[in-house]
Design a protein around this ligand. Structure first.
Ligand code: SAH
Ligand code: F3S
Length: 482
């Protein structure tokens, strides 16, 4: 899920509004997926109640928390470099500073962190953030503290996140935690535990609060949002053990989407990530029925080869994926579709690679995120399959896939020329202080001269030009949904 994030955000420290009574300083930094950024907002909320205000300056911090990612080896190396940096600051400027590791690396490496990295005082897995106040006390009393217990029902539905690094326009709202899918390459089921869904009432409350505070767009987050199922709490896998009443009154993803879309008609709604095997026609119909549900689906496929999909334990075939795409386009011809691909999964042949390229051509993705396979310890592929595609071959195949995606993106972007699109203004354009930048319903970035418009406005923009990834136009008026 790291795709929804602007790469530039990676590692940024997060700062929230200050509480004058809080005396201690927290430096909190996040890596990886949107869920981590969202979790850091929960952590900051818990820590604010413990007397911590956030600071952007590492040197001033009483406590440093880093929310970590384990999805690929590179992500873990980045965090290790940061730990070295904290270590240096602690040594040279701030000997009383405490350092804690949160998130997926904490869960994966557990107390090994305390042994390996002397700098780490605190190790907290993704389901244990409510225990932070106790753990901090342990640390203050001079003991190392670890809690990496995964939960059956924790969704943090009762913690009201504080918005960090926000543009005040769009926010993440998490709806599920964990994943039950066991794709053979993926570490997430091990680091984030079993899948559970959050009470729809607490989701609606959070969106209401955002709406009252001027937010205009939310992204419902989960590893596999289409699998959302609320039946009173607990793990998805235990649904069959729920009472007949609970089963009959359960809320699935299409119902949740409908509830949010109807309750907040002026809020744009996005969601991520959709796993092809769980995306139903009902979800697609619901998207088509509400103009405030954005017409974009992030639909990772990972490979175009049936044999590789099977080895990955992705529970659909290439043909089934195509028929899903056909259904999406039948209901929403203008819906954009994006992908994730893994290049060089064990045993991937030249033919498998060609199948990936041909699948991409056929789907005509709007954009995508492509990665070389990175073996993760403990996963099924890590244990049972040799990482046998040579690095040069992975590199070459990746560059071919990236080049093709660039072409496809260009084609999709050009299709907007001459059209009028609705843009939600998010920020000033990076290129010019005289232009606004925002996104269309299809998640394309668009820029246009500011005129009298402001951040948070929904503006109809006539597109007259584009670069490979950015639409360029002029405002022609407010859109109806302001
Ligand atoms: N829940 C999401 C994906 C979570 S991980 C889904 O259903 O697809 C985000 C992306 O990282 C994945 O889609 C995959 O493309 C990539 N990824 C996961 N494990 C990987 C690995 N071991 N090596 C390379 N890329 C990986
Ligand atoms: Fe990972 Fe597959 Fe779940 S990619 S997050 S195991 S859907």
């Amino acid at each position: 899920m790291e795709k929804i994030l602007d790469e530039k955000l990676q590692g940024n420290s997060l700062v929230l509004e200050q509480d004058a009574t809080n005396k201690r300083k927290l430096f909190i930094e996040s890596y990886g997926c949107a869920m981590n950024f969202s979790d850091s907002e929960i952590v900051a909320s818990i820590m604010a109640k413990e007397g911590f205000n956030t600071t952007p300056n590492l040197e001033d911090a009483d406590l440093v928390l880093v929310n970590t990612c384990s999805i690929r080896d590179k992500a873990e190396q980045t965090v290790r470099k940061r730990l070295e940096k904290y270590n240096a600051v602690k040594r040279d400027h701030n000997p009383n500073m405490k350092v804690g590791v949160l998130g997926c690396m904490a869960e994966r490496l557990k107390s090994k962190f305390l042994e390996e990295e002397k700098i780490v005082d605190l190790v907290v897995g993704p389901d244990a953030y409510k225990d932070l106040p106790n753990l901090i006390k342990e640390v203050e009393e001079g003991r190392d503290a670890v809690n990496v217990i995964l939960s059956k029902d924790e969704t943090y539905g009762d913690v009201s996140p504080v918005r960090l690094q926000t543009n005040g326009v769009s926010a993440f709202v998490s709806i599920t935690r964990g994943c039950d899918n066991m794709c053979t390459f993926c570490v997430v089921p091990f680091t984030r535990g079993r899948e559970r869904s959050r009470d729809p009432q607490s989701i609606l409350d959070e969106v209401r609060n955002l709406s009252e505070n001027g937010y205009k767009e939310i992204t419902l987050l989960g590893q596999n949002v289409d699998s959302y199922l609320w039946y009173g709490g607990g793990m998805k896998k235990d649904f069959s053990k729920a009472t007949p009443m609970q089963q009959a009154t359960a809320t699935g993803f299409p119902q949740l989407l409908k509830m949010v879309a109807e309750t907040f008609p002026n809020m744009r709604i996005r969601f991520s990530t959709s796993n092809p095997q769980d995306m139903t026609e009902d979800v697609i119909k619901t998207m088509a029925a509400y103009s405030n549900i954005c017409k974009h689906i992030h639909l990772p496929v990972q490979s175009g080869s049936d044999r590789i999909l099977k080895e990955m334990n992705r529970l659909h075939t290439r043909e089934e994926y195509f028929s899903l795409i056909d259904t999406i386009r039948a209901y929403m011809p203008d819906c954009s579709i994006s992908q994730d691909m893994i290049i060089g999964f064990p045993t991937e042949t030249e033919q498998d690679h060609k199948d990936t390229l041909s699948l991409m051509e056929k789907v005509q993705y709007n954009f995508g995120y492509m990665y070389k396979y990175s073996e993760r310890p403990g996963t099924m592929a890590g244990r049972k399959m040799e990482d046998d595609v040579p690095e040069e071959v992975k590199k070459r195949r990746l560059s071919e896939v990236v080049a093709l995606q660039r072409q496809l993106s260009q084609l999709q972007t050009e299709k907007n020329i001459g059209k009028t699109v609705e843009v939600l203004v998010e920020r000033e354009s990076k290129k010019s202080d005289k232009e606004w930048s925002g996104r269309t319903s299809q998640n394309a970035v668009a820029v246009f001269p500011k005129e009298h418009y402001k951040v948070g406005d929904l503006v109809n923009v006539k597109i007259h030009d584009c670069t490979s990834a950015t639409l360029i136009g002029n405002a022609i008026g407010y859109s109806g949904t302001n």
